[in-house]
Design a protein around this ligand. Structure first.
Ligand SMILES: [Zn+2]
Length: 186
């Protein structure tokens, strides 16, 4: 690694016209670096490690749905947060994923620099890859600080993105059932 992240935050403070030596800012570079590393910890994680064998035999072939997964990510264009909820569903074909694992998969990809569309796709592909499901659906609804705090300042706009794979793409009824269950009209 080159210079530690904290050194760069020191430069950022100067670039903003601040005095990094003043009392309130003395430990800020170190704290900011630590916070940023935490917010980007998804880079240190892998799908294998997250799932860690928590796949269970099941003859359930009904839709499994995990709603309202809290989501915190950083947009790769401005390094500002986007915050919202993810809804994930899949149709098992013999294997189901441990309950907490879906949320952990969402978190692993969210804790990287992202755009919402790619994040949605990566989550769907990961669930598909791990479960070999007959279909996977992911919907993310999020508010972007880069829209709310700067530029157009559209305080209440929520961005919505979705990826439908397999049965969710092919079958109107399956897609419709999922969208109903997450409280959206299709
Ligand atoms: Zn942005």
């Amino acid at each position: 690694m080159s210079e530690p992240l904290s050194q760069h935050y020191h430069e950022i403070l100067k670039g903003l016209g601040e005095d990094p030596a003043r009392e309130g800012l003395r430990d800020t570079p170190k704290r900011a670096a630590k916070a940023m590393q935490y917010l980007c910890r998804g880079y240190q994680q892998s799908l294998e490690e997250i799932v860690n064998g928590a796949l269970f035999e099941s003859d359930n072939d009904e839709m499994v749905i995990v709603r309202d997964i809290e989501l915190y990510s950083l947009c790769e264009h401005h390094l500002l947060p986007f915050i919202g909820k993810a809804h994930v569903a899949y149709i098992p074909t013999g294997k189901v994923l441990g309950l907490s694992k879906v949320a952990r998969i969402v978190d692993m990809y969210a804790r990287r620099l992202q755009i919402q569309e790619n994040l949605t796709k990566q989550i769907a592909d990961a669930v598909q890859q791990v479960t070999h499901a007959a279909g996977v659906a992911v919907v993310i609804e999020a508010k972007h600080m880069c829209m709310m705090m700067r530029g157009v300042e559209k305080q209440n706009s929520v961005m919505s993105s979705s990826v439908m794979l397999g049965a969710f793409r092919d079958s109107y009824n399956t897609r419709h059932e999922f969208l109903q269950l997450i409280g959206r009209n299709s």
